[in-house]
Design a protein around this ligand. Sequence first.
Ligand code: X2X
Length: 359
Amino acid sequence: MTRFSLRFLALSLAICLMSAVGANAAYKSEYKLSVVPGPNSGWAKSAMFFADLVKEKSQGRINIKVYPAGQLMAGKQTSEFLLLRNGAIDFALASTINWSPQIKELNLPAMPFMIAAQPDRYKAMDAIMAGKSGKIMIDAVEKKGVKFIGWGENGFREMTTSKGPITSVNDLKGLKIRVVGSPIFIETFRALGANPVSMNWSEATTGFQQGVVDGQENPTNGINIPLKIWTYHKYHCDWHYLIDPLLLCANQSVWKSFSPEDQKLLEECAKEAEKYSKALSRLGMDGGAAKAYLASINKMPEVTDAYACMEQNGMTVSRLTPEQIKSFYDATAPVRANWIDKIGKDLVKAAEEDMAAAK
Ligand code: X2X
């Protein structure tokens, strides 16, 4: 080899090395993914599923760490969106409820009893996510400055209380109910004659323990079972009054820093995480599909029959008939009417059409 070709070889090697270092330097050594509830929740498990899959598929190039229990926003769950947007948080698997103060369209799934009144509530939710109304919500999120990557699911929210079973509107009268600090929740519980108390999730368990409130509402598989809600509340009411889909999103500059191939990789992992998240939320409640899927990927949670588990732990489970649900639906009609304009007439109409097409 001539002296010239040796020098050329050394120079090419140096350039290759520099560009490899350059590519890595553009990526952070750790990306922070925010989750509001604790590490045992279905929600946090879905986030960890996504992070693990991304690590595996990217051969360790993209390292996402899940921060559960609202750590990244000091427990103030309704600040999460702003922190993601300004870059204090890189990724979030977030509830539509917690972002609804900033993005009014995200109140749609919180319209009381709108989805519960459909013949198949899971089909209706899937139709919204995949339909025109889902697209309007995604566009609203992206217009406000964060990148949407995929859906997930916290689950249909059911009542738990300490003061006796809830089977009619009358049973809620005067009860103090913990809710997220989001106006549609306050209005809904006032319409039902209850006394709603806004409280961050980070303080809620202490509130239940001390009896500051008489009840709360959260999904069964994802939150209530991992929390061992029977420790505080002996009554469960299966009224499916609303659902919080989860949004997997990234900070805009973080998203742009990924190569197109890695953006595709993240989107593919998000699709898998959506399936897992929905299966955790729907296990034992959807006629068997969730259970079969979780078995197929060898990720069955410990509790596979939430109703049996609650009863074994001394809870009284009230499973409402469609007629009983209708009485709650009727009592909350003024709330839905009041929120149509706030959420957006076109969005509400699109959701009605999406749900009707899925019947
Ligand atoms: O605060 C709640 O109830 C929770 C954990 O479900 C949400 O973050 C919406």
